[in-house]
Design a protein around this ligand. Structure first.
Ligand code: RB5
Length: 141
């Protein structure tokens, strides 16, 4: 499965750790930056991941900023994108099982590397439950 990942300046270190983790698990990773620590604007990097998903260049995305909130707001402006902020593995699991989320947003300033890795693993391994959740997701457009 191909995973697109990007951050703003707040998540550079976490992004590096997650890229290594994903590559170790043999995921194909599309690292969309940034690659230097200068201040950057989260909508610019959100856009890179959302367009890679909408153009079928990646199946899932991971977006990191200080809180995860800015990235989720930016990503969810696009129909077909369901971006969910998760602060623990249960949130990540339910974002997949109930909401069929295709992007996981993480707040680098509020989550440890270990918990972020747990969120990523659960997010990538949990299938959508469908059923009653499918009719709700359909209404999101
Ligand atoms: C950057 O300082 C911070 O505002 C950004 O990473 C993010 O948390 C916005 O939602």
């Amino acid at each position: 499965m191909k995973i697109a990942i990007a951050t703003d300046h707040a998540g550079i270190e976490l992004k590096e750790a997650l890229v290594k983790h994903l590559e170790n698990k043999s995921y194909e990773v599309l690292d969309l930056g940034p690659f230097t620590p200068e201040s950057s604007d989260y909508p610019d990097f959100s856009e890179k991941v959302t367009s890679s998903i909408l153009r079928n260049k990646a199946k899932r995305g991971i977006l990191i900023c200080g809180t995860g909130i800015g990235m989720s707001i930016a990503a969810n402006r696009h129909p077909g994108i369901r971006a969910a902020v998760a602060c623990n593995a249960t949130y990540a699991e339910l974002a997949r099982a109930h909401n069929d989320a295709n992007i996981l947003c993480l707040g680098a300033r509020f989550i440890s590397e270990i918990d972020a890795i747990k969120c990523v693993d659960v997010f990538l391994e949990t299938p959508f439950n469908g059923g009653r959740h499918a009719q709700r997701v359909k209404k999101l457009g």
